[in-house]
Design a binder for this molecule. Structure first.
Ligand SMILES: Nc1nc2c(c(=O)[nH]1)N[C@H]1C(S)=C(S)[C@@H](COP(=O)(O)O)O[C@H]1N2
Ligand SMILES: [Mo]
Length: 430
């Protein structure tokens, strides 16, 4: 029996009995119960991510909890789906514990529909507009003509944390998990732009991708954003063709995408087909109105803000997450609790992370690692002790190299962007 993981995963999603038969084998009169052995056991192990010591006790008909948790997006594991059309899914905070986010835990943020199929061999990227020489590259051309680099880079959606605004802000209700730090391999955007020759008067880039507008209208683009040319020339921006050493996941932009760390994830155009250089601020889809824009002055919660009072979001603010332990754990008094997570700060570094167990009255410094490269998140850890039994919250707060710290709450804005309020978890000490 050949183990077809995808077939079995799909079968579990649609029809438990069929999956059961694929794994446990057809049940006969003699063997009514059916138990895991041979290829079935191997298949189940592959599905749940490890050998099952008590497999002999595993009843036929049991949908493994490991699969019940996955929302059925092929190649993704444990993502919480926020919407179906377009597909949007975030990662639970405790699933972001890895230093490098595995592809199957990288969130998905789509404004339209992913291309139905992609052909890496015949994919092309055109660089044009205000350039000395318009150029078109295959992925092989990019690999052979430019230096290939690998970097760990943070992509965070500008709307991450939107769920915590009141009055509620329209849009996907991201909590904490629209962020990831995978290892991306590709060529530097800067090198490609220099090869085409950046013309005088260029002030902005414009990015196009092959995804399809939800209306089905192929003239319309679901998303086409751009950035000031200075930001575009940052060494860390990649035109990436690999994610964690393998081809990109289709939902993360296969076969080619931009990765523009430090600024809203929307600049990291997926299914990248074209970059054009412009002598004006790009006015593509989701560049104007209130998209990825915030009021240029403080506003009262719920206030109507005129469109001309909005400005484009540039750098993302300093932020941290507690990835271990998960929220709402029980802990034995007397044992130190090992708390850890990640922290990042737009284009600069995080200089300190501290935690508090007394609602912010006092703070204890965490051990903080340097980033593996610029624009990677930084790992931190700290052992916390609780003076007596009871309910506690562990709060984490990062400070960037300019001395700016995460706030307790951030001022309301109409679209719920840039929420970098400190992260906290509940701990019951018994
Ligand atoms: N072509 C295209 N690129 C896109 C998007 C999109 O809808 N279409 N979404 C953007 C947004 S808003 C974000 S936050 C990131 C998310 O990247 P991911 O889906 O790989 O996590 O992709 C960006 N690139
Ligand atoms: Mo986003």
């Amino acid at each position: 029996m050949k183990v077809d993981k995808q077939k079995i995963t799909d079968a579990y999603a649609e029809h438990g009995e069929l999956a059961d038969e694929l794994i446990f084998g057809r049940r006969t009169h003699k063997d009514r119960r059916g138990f895991l052995r041979g290829a079935g056991l191997a298949a189940m192990g592959a599905l749940v991510g490890g050998f099952i010591p008590f497999h002999r006790n595993m009843p036929a008909g049991l949908i493994p909890a490991a699969l019940a948790q996955s929302e059925g997006i092929a190649g993704k594991d444990g993502l919480i789906q926020l919407s179906d059309r377009p597909l949007n899914a975030e990662t639970s905070v405790h699933m972001l514990d890895d230093n490098i986010t595995p592809t199957n835990r990288h969130f998905i943020r789509n404004n339209g529909s992913a291309p139905a199929s992609v052909d890496a061999d015949n994919w092309t990227l055109t660089v044009d507009g205000l350039v000395d020489q318009a150029m078109t590259f295959s992925i092989e051309d990019l690999k052979s003509q430019f230096e290939v680099v690998t970097k760990a880079l943070v992509i965070e959606c500008g709307g991450n944390g939107r769920a915590f605004f009141y009055p509620p802000a329209l849009g996907n209700q991201w909590t904490f998990g629209a962020v990831a730090c995978s290892e991306w391999t590709g060529v530097r955007l800067k090198d490609v732009l220099l090869a085409a020759g950046v013309g005088d008067g260029v002030i902005y880039t414009a990015h196009e991708g092959a995804d399809i507008h939800l209306s089905g209208d192929t003239i319309k683009s679901p998303l086409s954003r751009g950035m000031p040319i200075d930001k575009a020339m940052d060494d860390d921006n990649l035109i990436a063709f690999a994610q964690n050493g393998e081809a990109l996941h289709l939902m993360n932009g296969a076969p080619l995408r931009l990765v523009v760390p430090g600024w809203p994830g929307s600049l990291s155009q997926k299914w990248l087909t074209r970059i054009w250089l412009r002598d004006q601020v790009h006015d593509g889809a989701k560049m104007t109105g209130t998209s990825y824009r915030v009021p240029n002055r403080p506003v009262a919660p719920g206030e109507e803000v005129a469109t001309e009072d909005f400005e484009i979001i540039h750098e993302m603010p300093v932020k941290s997450l507690i990835t271990t332990p998960a929220n709402r754990i029980s802990h034995l008094q007397g044992d130190a609790l090992q708390v850890r997570g990640h922290a990042w700060a737009g284009d600069i570094e995080v200089s300190a992370v501290a935690v508090s167990i007394d609602f912010g009255a006092t703070w204890q410094s965490a051990e903080l690692d340097a980033p593996v490269n610029s624009h990677a998140w930084q790992n931190w850890r700290v052992a916390v002790e609780f003076p007596e039994v009871g309910y506690y919250e562990v709060w984490a707060r990062a400070t960037d190299s300019n001395g700016i710290s995460q706030p307790h709450a951030i001022p309301w804005n109409p679209k719920g962007y840039l929420n970098n309020a400190l992260h906290r978890i509940a701990v019951n000490v018994a």
